[in-house]
Ligand binder design. Structure first.
Ligand code: HEC
Ligand code: HEC
Length: 506
């Protein structure tokens, strides 16, 4: 998937005599770019861990909401004089145009800022008007296009850390089986279970090429990739490398190399390595989602603009939670997972969830991105948003809850596993080798605030989303349909309990 820098440079050399960007940055000196960049060296120069975290967070916060203009390199040379397009244009394949951008486009550029789509609240999800249309095979064939609805980024750090720990568990299971297989000179079956979730099994031989895979819901390399509807990206930074380029036309230098203009808009170094660190830190340090009951117990529900609980609502939520588990929704939407270590580092401590070699071909270390000298923060202590004063005491609601062993409690309602959801939910074409009907279990924390629902935004209500389930979810979905309407309403009430709140201090 990752193309080397050499290849990019070669292509650019080929195209460079023909390129004229759509509008180009010719007004330089009259008007200014808006980006406030940060260099990785500036981040690394801050020795106090807390100060370094806050610096990186603020850098990412500014970039996430910046409306980049042509001088920043926002947008791209789509062709036909356009800098933005909601419709993928693989038909525009002249020099420097849509079909020849580097890396290959999937969509867009759709707009000028991340925050315009991740709008409800600031890093949350988006309405159907903000959907992305993708042409992942660059077919220019409308029947192969499909639509995706914007997802929320709240609690993103916990999602990545869960994926990191689960991956290490699965790799350990496989490695232990490998040692045993070599010792006893025979295949050993290993059940791939982590945090209560089964990813099938594998018959491990001493020689890896002779393994017999019965792996389910994860790639054969056993790396849990928890981001995107399909679960394609392992880390927030990895997702952002695609989002910056595809969605807003801001190309990270770590993707294409410094001084390379892969979207032919006349601007290079659109996003610095430090910018990408800042964005990843900002997004992984987002507050975790909350619940209506939690806010009610703290007396915060009305203060935050939500309706007060009505009589019987708490009981309905509790009945709904019970029914959700009884009919088997919890077999994918795992209500709670435990995180052994709540400290997030950017880059990750695990090579499975960081780039040691960036897509540009450069090593992360040579660009100052060093796992031994990372940006560090604790998801259970350091979250900046959602700090409220209740009875004279600060309640840091953005922090992860912890158990008596100080382990993180993540009420994600996902198993971070991919499932076949049946033909009704299938997209028009496979994506990165993942079959069209297969999706990562959508996390349900915050779901009351993230409508419309499903990957294509087709479900306006929670019950529509539930009824649209098929494939591996057919039995729980049919059980839902057989419940009394009052129990169905309880399940919806339970889901409606799960909220996003985002209050950022000045
Ligand atoms: C035009 C609308 C749009 C814009 C602009 C946009 N996004 Fe997104 N974002 C989406 C959609 C749609 C998805 C779901 C995509 C998918 O799963 O394929 C998404 C998903 C994500 C995810 C994955 C979240 C998860 O938990 O799975 C991340 C991270 C993300 N976007 C970051 C960004 C960043 C950073 C920017 C700005 C550089 C940005 N997005 C700009 C629409 C947008
Ligand atoms: C086999 C695994 C599985 C089971 C069982 C399952 N779901 Fe899902 N659920 C998913 C996946 C995967 C998605 C995303 C599907 C898509 O977008 O096409 C999803 C999406 C959802 C959504 C929409 C979330 C959003 O943000 O768009 C809701 C609500 C939901 N499920 C509730 C339920 C309920 C209630 C049950 C029990 C009746 C249930 N699910 C059973 C896997 C499952």
């Amino acid at each position: 998937m990752k193309t080397s820098r050499f290849k990019y440079s070669l292509l650019l050399l080929l195209f460079s005599p023909f390129i004229a960007s759509a509008t180009g940055p010719s007004i330089s000196g009259v008007e200014e770019p808006v980006a406030e960049h940060c260099e990785q060296s500036e981040i690394n120069a801050i020795t106090d861990p807390k100060e370094r975290f806050i610096f990186a967070f603020k850098c990412g916060q500014g970039l996430f909401s910046a409306r980049f203009n042509a001088l920043d390199g926002g947008g791209a040379n789509v062709g036909d004089g356009n800098m933005f397009t909601g419709v993928p244009r693989a038909d525009l394949n002249g020099p420097g145009e849509w079909a020849n951008h580097i890396p290959t486009r999937r969509n867009g550029p759709d707009g000028e800022a991340c925050v315009l789509c991740h709008a409800e609240p600031t890093t949350g999800s988006g309405a159907n008007a903000l959907n992305i249309v993708l042409d992942v095979t660059n077919s220019a064939d409308l029947s192969l296009f499909f639509t995706r609805n914007t997802t929320s980024l709240l609690g993103g750090g916990a999602i990545q850390l869960l994926a990191e720990e689960m991956t290490q568990d699965l790799l350990k299971i496989r490695d232990a089986a490998r040692s045993k297989a070599c010792a006893i000179r025979s295949r050993v079956r290993a059940n791939l279970v982590t945090k209560g979730v089964s990813f099938g099994s594998i018959d491990v031989a001493c020689n890896p090429s002779q393994d017999i895979s019965r792996i389910e819901g994860v790639d054969d390399d056993l790396i849990i990739r928890p981001f995107g509807w399909k679960g394609i990206q392992a880390s927030m930074r990895d997702f952002n490398q695609g989002a910056t380029h595809n969605d807003i036309g801001m190309q990270p230098e770590e993707t294409i190399g410094a001084n390379v203009d892969g979207d032919f808009d006349g601007v290079v170094r659109e996003l610095f390595v430090g910018d990408m660190t800042g964005l990843a830190v900002y997004q992984t340090a987002q507050a975790r989602p909350v619940t209506r009951l939690e806010l009610a117990d703290l007396g915060l529900l009305e203060e935050l603009g939500f309706d007060p609980l009505v009589p019987g609502q708490r009981e309905s939520i509790e009945r709904g939670e019970h029914a959700f588990n009884v009919i088997g929704c919890n077999s994918c939407h795992t209500p709670k997972m435990i995180l052994e270590n709540t400290v997030f580092t950017e880059p990750s401590q695990f090579e499975t969830h960081r780039d040691d070699i960036f897509p540009s071909g450069e090593t992360a270390l040579s660009l100052g991105v060093d796992p031994n000298n990372p940006v560090t923060f604790d998801l259970a202590n350091d979250i900046i948003d959602n700090r409220f004063i209740v009875n004279g005491q600060e309640v840091a609601l953005g922090n992860l809850e912890v158990d008596s062993h100080n382990r993180g409690i993540v009420r994600l309602f996902s198993d971070l596993k991919r499932h076949d959801m049946g033909p009704g939910l299938a997209e028009s074409v496979d994506d990165e080798g993942i079959p069209a009907s297969v999706f990562l279990t959508k996390e349900l924390w915050g779901v009351s605030s993230t409508g419309p629902y499903l990957s294509n935004g087709a479900a306006g209500t929670l019950s529509e989303a539930i009824i649209a389930h098929g494939g591996e979810a057919t039995i729980p979905r049919n059980k839902f349909l057989l419940l009394s309407s009052s129990l169905q309403a309880d399940i919806v009430e339970f889901l409606d309990n799960l909220l996003l709140v985002q209050v950022t201090p000045e």
